[in-house]
Ligand binder design. Structure first.
Ligand code: TYD
Length: 153
């Protein structure tokens, strides 16, 4: 299971439950070096899924937010590779806001969690590692539909 203090994440698809309490900070390995630090990620070792896709969000104007939606199946890890931003997580019952501001940790987001990235700092870069290729059909963009599909309404 994901452990905030452990670099190793064992694979356990059972954690992909649609509760914000299953969203967790993952600390990645850090190779601290006076020449500059280094962090790395391997599929299924430091993440609880195989990485099918990576994308990044950058040049976000002040006050903008991204990604107000949920995924039916997709799991992801979101990392602030540069700068900082918040990830708002909502399972239809509970919400939590995670601040990402270091390149050596990220937040694991299970499927069927409504999530929004907000309050981007200048020069923030959000790296998203996703368990599935892009599929428009996997998105739920309507919050009321999310509540219905999630059984919360
Ligand atoms: P989207 O995930 O909808 O971002 P947001 O929820 O912040 O608006 O992505 C924006 C657009 O980019 C969308 O029209 C589809 C395209 N896109 C891809 O083609 N491939 C991808 O992997 C992603 C993430 C987005």
């Amino acid at each position: 299971m994901i452990n905030d203090n452990n670099d190793t994440v064992q694979v356990d698809q059972a954690i992909a439950k649609s509760s914000v309490y299953n969203a967790a900070i993952i600390n990645f390995p850090r190779i601290v070096d006076e020449r500059g630090n280094l962090t790395f990620i391997e599929s299924n070792r430091h993440l609880p899924f195989d990485i099918a896709r990576a994308y990044w969000i950058y040049d976000v104007p002040g006050g903008e937010s991204r990604g107000s939606h949920a995924y039916r199946q997709l799991q992801e890890v979101i990392i602030a590779i540069s700068g900082s931003f918040e990830v708002l997580l909502d399972d239809g019952m509970a919400q939590k806001v995670v601040l990402l501001n270091r390149a050596y940790y990220g937040v694991y987001v299970p499927n069927m969690i409504w999530r929004r990235m907000q309050n981007f700092s200048t020069n923030a870069v959000a790296l998203v590692l996703a368990s599935l290729p892009y599929s428009v059909d996997d998105y739920i963009r309507d919050y009321n539909e999310f509540l219905r599909v999630n059984g919360k309404r």
